[in-house]
Design a protein around this ligand. Structure first.
Ligand code: ADP
Length: 247
């Protein structure tokens, strides 16, 4: 993809846990409608970076600007509402509700006051449920209980639940963990289709998968950025090769 404007500008971000710098001097520029993948060995600080961006962990330094607005000191729910959605690795579907109901309840209007679950079925919400179901490939599973979906289908439903909130940025932590080869290919396609209209940040270990989806790659090591650029560029970087072979 060509150079687009940056929707998220992260500068000099850092956090310490008991004096240990888990993330240090982290700079990250997420371009509109790009898939930006963060890779790096275990413990490099990748998950912590997502935690800092979405406000789950408070940064000790730096700034996180979303469309020019500083988010660093905002509360987590306000960051979600501003348009940054995150899929965690822990399952978040309602197992005994159908795919349709899970999607419906994820629409911002389905959440009612004080977070109570309420059904407010409007034509607009219905239409969104169907269009999201098409995008995640679950149109024919609308009346299936989430609990009996395959592992891959559950992951797509969770991505669909995020899409219901119409976020500008989606963050995915190891989206293809535990998936079959075929499910991986479908997930790659889904992520590419999401990036037609949104920006996506992905943490991923599977290099083949990274190659398929990434517009840009940031390599982390020991809390810092080791390399940044296209997958071709970073995979030829001697520093990156050393970290991966040495690991
Ligand atoms: P990655 O996702 O790249 O595997 P993480 O971001 O999970 O790495 O962790 C980076 C480092 O920060 C690790 O050494 C981890 O033990 C440490 N860390 C992460 N969160 C906390 C926390 N809440 N308290 C203390 N240490 C933490």
């Amino acid at each position: 993809k060509t150079d687009n404007e940056d929707v998220l500008v992260v500068e000099d971000l850092g956090v310490s846990f008991d004096g240990f710098k888990a993330v240090d001097g982290f700079n990250f520029y997420l371009a509109k409608n790009h898939v930006h993948v963060i890779i790096g060995p275990n413990g490099a600080g990748k998950t912590t970076v997502l935690d800092l961006i979405c406000g789950k962990t408070k940064a000790t330094s730096g700034s996180v600007k979303f469309k020019g607005k500083e988010l660093r000191k905002q509360q987590e729910f306000k960051i979600v509402r501003a348009g940054i959605g995150r899929k965690f690795q822990t399952p978040s579907t309602y197992e005994n509700l159908t795919v349709f109901e899970n999607l419906e309840l994820s629409h911002p209007a389905g959440r009612g006051v004080f977070g109570c679950l309420t059904f407010r079925r409007t034509p607009e919400i219905l239409e969104r449920c169907h269009s999201v179901a098409r995008q995640i490939g679950l149109s024919d599973k609308m009346n299936t209980e989430a609990g009996i979906l395959s592992h891959g289908q559950k992951q797509w439903l969770e991505i669909g639940m995020l899409l219901m909130q119409d976020p500008e940025i989606i963050m995915l932590d190891e989206p293809v963990a535990g998936m079959s080869v075929r499910e991986r290919a479908q997930t790659a396609e889904l992520i590419r289709s999401i990036s037609d209209h949104r920006s996506v940040i992905v943490i991923e270990h599977d290099m083949e998968f990274v190659r398929e989806i990434a517009d840009r790659v940031t390599v982390m090591h020991m809390g810092k950025i080791l390399a940044e650029g296209s997958m071709d560029t970073v995979s030829k970087d001697p520093k990156v090769i050393e970290v991966y072979i040495g690991h």
